[in-house]
Write a protein that binds this ligand. Structure first.
Ligand code: UT7
Length: 311
């Protein structure tokens, strides 16, 4: 498949940090339980910020560091499950707040934690039909707005944040495979006008699905591209639970360091998790031309996806 180039990245996190100890004052839990079962120590939660303000901040940083003319952005795609409004979309408000040209397509995409990878596939497809050379992809979440803080089985997992990536066409290698299997039992949040919108999760069922989905995402991308984990520079997994990632790591002994982890201080930020990793790697000089990234994610839907991105 025709490839993409990562032109620039950006990210934004709410100021407020909610530690496990603070969480243990909200529900019956402990720092030790949360760390052992999830690898999470703290997460950021919105007080003054919102999904839109985080998206605007992350995208603004990406545009600034890219040096591109923002008028050359042909589409803004926001992956989120927690938009400020059902409509207008977060993407339209990003266009407004950043003063982007009106000659673009702006829309939100709903695929829960797989949202950013789905957006990557959609954005890559659009690059070949738009008149403009750049697509702005954003993964952003204000999950704290829909967390059920009486459910200790789920509230300890999630955090807020946003990551943004500007992409352009390239002749480098790109491959993606995505899946969907309708299921509202394992993980859901009812829609507007249908009761109190809060996350409802069967953690064990999601865990089992996640381990298989991550394995399938990695295995099929590697076999379809004729690559092995030896050829991959970074394996960027959706940061849902450190134990899920450890389970995948075990299948590739000696290559554990390729699996980047930042869940400890961010929690599970759903659609924002993969672009937040990309931005952290980029800002710290750990993404270089020619590198091969294997990105893999899963989420409600059920949805899952794996992608090979050659930089
Ligand atoms: O992005 C996709 C989103 N979701 C996920 O990725 C979630 C995937 N699932 C998970 O990460 C894990 O299933 C959880 C972290 C949610 C839960 O961990 P677990 O090891 O599967 O725990 P469990 O649900 O099997 O519960 C074990 C015990 C239970 O007590 P009993 O019945 O054994 O006495 C729970 O009541 O732990 C108890 N428990 C807790 N204890 C202290 C559940 N939550 C907590 C808690 N603090 N926060």
């Amino acid at each position: 498949m025709e490839g993409i180039r990562i032109v620039a990245t950006g990210s934004a996190l709410p100021e407020k940090i909610l530690t496990n100890d603070e969480m243990s004052r909200i529900v019956e839990t402990t720092d030790e339980w949360i760390q052992t079962r999830t690898g999470i120590r703290s997460r950021h939660v919105c007080e003054k910020e919102s999904c839109v303000s985080l998206a605007v901040e992350a995208a603004g940083k990406a545009i600034k560091s890219s040096g591109i003319n923002p008028d050359e952005i042909g589409a803004v795609i926001v992956a989120t499950s927690t938009p400020d409004y059902a409509f207008p979309s977060v993407a339209c408000l990003v266009q407004k707040e950043l003063g982007l040209s009106e000659e673009l397509m702006a829309f939100d995409l709903s695929a829960a934690c797989t949202g950013f990878l789905y957006a990557l596939g959609v954005g890559r497809g659009l690059l070949h039909s738009l008149a403009k050379p750049y697509v702005l992809l954003i993964g952003c979440e204000q999950l704290s707005a829909i967390i059920d803080y009486t459910d200790r089985g789920s509230c300890i997992l999630f955090g807020d944040g946003a990551g943004a990536v500007i992409i352009a066409s390239s002749d480098r290698r790109f491959y993606q495979k995505s899946w969907a299997r309708g299921n509202a039992e394992y993980l859901n949040c009812v829609g507007i006008g249908r009761g109190t919108a809060k996350i409802s999760m069967k953690g064990n069922d999601v865990f089992r699905f996640a381990v298989n989905a991550m394995k399938q995402g990695i295995d099929e991308v590697l076999s379809d591209t004729g690559l092995s984990m030896d050829d991959i520079d970074w394996c960027i997994c959706h940061q849902a639970n450190q134990r899920i990632i450890s389970n995948v790591q075990k299948q590739f002994p000696g290559q554990e360091e390729k699996f980047f982890l930042n869940i400890e201080n961010l929690g599970n930020t759903s659609a924002a998790s993969i672009p937040l990793v990309l931005d952290e790697l980029n800002r710290t000089g750990r993404l270089q031309k020619g590198m091969k990234l294997l990105c893999v994610g899963f989420g409600a839907g059920l949805t899952w996806s794996g992608a090979l991105v050659e930089l």
